[in-house]
Design a protein around this ligand. Sequence first.
Ligand code: NAD
Length: 351
Amino acid sequence: MRNVKVAIWGFGAMGSGMARMLLKKKGVEIVGVCDTRPNIAGREIHEILGMERRDHKAVIVQADSEKLFTERCCDVVLCATDSFTKSAFPKLKFCLEKKLNVISTAEEMSFPQAQNPELAAELDKIAKANGVSILGTGINPGLIMDLLVIIMTGCMVDVEHLEAKRVNSLSPFGPTVMHEQGVGFTVDAFEKAVKDGTMAGHVGFHESVGMIAKALGWKVDKFEQQMKPIVTKVDRKSPHGFAKAGDVAGVNMTGQGYVDGTVKIDMIHPQQIEPEMEGTFTGDYVTIKGTPPINLANKPEVEGGLGTIAMCVNMIPQIINATPGLKTMIDLPVPHAIMGDFRDQIQVELK
Ligand code: NAD
């Protein structure tokens, strides 16, 4: 069997990390990369990544997606450009119409049925018409605050209430994330941004709640979320962020999914730079009330960047093997690392 052919759309932190991971794996090759950033477009990916090329073909970053993504040019496109279904939609549609399977990092694409049911239905229709499939995944949403929670209910007879909590550090992230999460804002500026809807915070609670409810057979009749500033008592500094004492070091996000008028799903996600400076330690927690109860703790947190990169790469066989249409993490076989040859995991004929 020939190698599994992968193309990457968006060669930022996630896309370039996926390339780095893929280049070390067996039975898989990168056949194209698309990014419009002038400092990388036109350059060879191994040179950008500082990796030896060995027997891998040279891959030049192409700015023009129309030229790169031709019909059946690859088995799967890893699309790491967007957060929202609406903004990702034209790119995803374009790939599906070229008969290419797609894995998207867009947070809302993890369960687009939650906030964009019409676009989700359209993607499903286009994918089916072209005989390919599409999946949104990542660390969160995609695993920690949804699929992991769902998997743990597999050993439960009865579920009363679920709580997913991810305490993480924003220190490794760049300037965009600092701004989106309010790091360095005054409390007044933070409150104003929340009020006028410009504070991004974490994207994905609505999707995670929707995915959990769908899996358990619950209907969410109300969803709410809140963003509160994490005000620091000491000056905190990370490579790309600074919050002085009295200002905002991050955002404490909470969300609730109501079923039959009561909160059945709680999401808790405080994110800040240098949490340890005030005694907060990172971790991922799943607490489920029911029979038997679940108390899962992973300390420190799973690193978000590497986790997302791995989830997308490791789901490549599942999306290639899938029946056509829009898929979510609850529709496909479980994610797992691939230490052998990618081709051994492919159950369909590669055209
Ligand atoms: P990034 O800003 O580092 O990279 C995005 C890249 O996409 C940039 O290089 C940009 O030039 C390129 N790009 C954007 N639009 C393009 C277009 N039309 N054509 C070609 N290139 C284009 O961002 P990142 O950290 O790599 O993250 C990518 C997306 O994935 C973000 O929206 C992020 O929020 C999301 N994400 C999701 C998860 C999750 O857990 N689900 C985790 C990490 C990141």
